[in-house]
Design a protein around this ligand. Structure first.
Ligand code: ATR
Length: 274
């Protein structure tokens, strides 16, 4: 058999990454001859580590914390969604050329639309947060043609900057502070890092209703405080495990031109998390 094409996830730390399990499952399922490993990069040696990987014949990388912005700078060319995100989670190497992509937002949209069965077209969406995670989601969310996309952030000025920046793509985008949010939303996406510290973004309870899907980009054994709060208001809830799997599927598609099935590995990871 030919030597497998080499892929890896690069980060610091990287030992916790589920990407090797996900991509190995995708490769087995689609019959692709590839290897996928973990690559620990020194904090001050990201570019050098990538260059060495390329010299050794590496074909692609997933990029995780804290290197997503550095990967954006390192890429020779960028997909439109990576350019808008200002961050790169996927590198594809072709004859020494480095293409940077960002599949996080597409993974989010696929998980909501296909896996949760909630179409975004014509809906009122609220995106909480204005950091890297929120920014990466905006273009794919707008491309799904919601009636409105409201960005709300603890520091409202940052939400306003994002809304201005993305206004040329859609008239549906607007900015808000948490306290002045009013009316129900169809979908509320928590892209803040509040769940990491077991905190709840201080949003009014009335933004949630029985028809709302409350989505947290984080995932874990237990529902996050945001998910619990939304559920108390009658909302349906979903965590970010599906987004993790779908962003990986989108990277796999960019590299190999084949879209893997995601349900099997999602169920395996869910069982492992619990
Ligand atoms: P990431 O890359 O995960 O988006 P980030 O760029 O550091 O991380 O952004 C963190 C986001 O979470 C910000 O929107 C931050 O709000 P501020 O801009 O006001 O700092 C938000 N955030 C973090 N902790 C929060 C909390 N306890 N409540 C509400 N928002 C919080």
């Amino acid at each position: 058999m030919a030597t497998p094409d080499r892929y890896a996830v690069i980060g610091h730390p990287v030992a916790h990454s589920k990407s090797p399990a996900i991509h190995s499952a995708f490769a087995a399922q689609t019959g692709q001859n590839l290897s996928y490993e973990r690559l620990l990069s020194p904090l001050d040696g990201f570019a050098a580590t990538v260059r060495t990987f390329i010299e050794q014949g590496g074909k692609g990388l997933n990029v995780t914390l804290p290197f997503k912005v550095e990967a954006h700078a390192l890429a020779d060319s960028l997909t439109p969604r990576a350019r808008c995100a200002g961050a790169v989670n996927t590198l594809k190497i072709t004859d020494g050329h480095i293409l940077g992509d960002n599949t996080d937002g597409a993974g989010l949209v696929t998980d909501i639309e296909r896996n949760a069965g909630v179409m975004l077209s014509g809906k009122r969406i609220l995106l909480l947060g204005a950091g890297g995670a929120a920014r990466g989601a905006i273009l794919p969310l707008l491309e799904a043609r919601p009636a409105a996309l409201t960005i709300a952030n603890r520091t409202p000025e940052k939400a306003a900057v994002l809304a201005r920046e993305f206004a040329p793509f859609s008239a549906a985008i607007e900015a808000s502070a948490f306290g002045i949010l009013h009316g129900r939303f169809d979908i509320v996406i928590n892209a803040t890092s509040a769940s990491l510290g077991n905190e709840l973004p201080p949003v009014p309870a009335a933004i949630f209703g029985a028809e709302t899907l409350a989505y947290d980009m984080m995932y874990g054994k237990q529902p996050t405080v945001f998910m619990k709060f939304a559920q108390q208001q009658g909302a349906a809830i979903r965590d970010g495990l599906g987004m993790l799997v779908e962003q990986a599927a989108e990277s796999f598609y960019l590299w190999r031109g084949i879209r893997p099935e995601t349900a099997g590995i999602f169920a395996e990871l869910r069982a492992a998390v619990e």
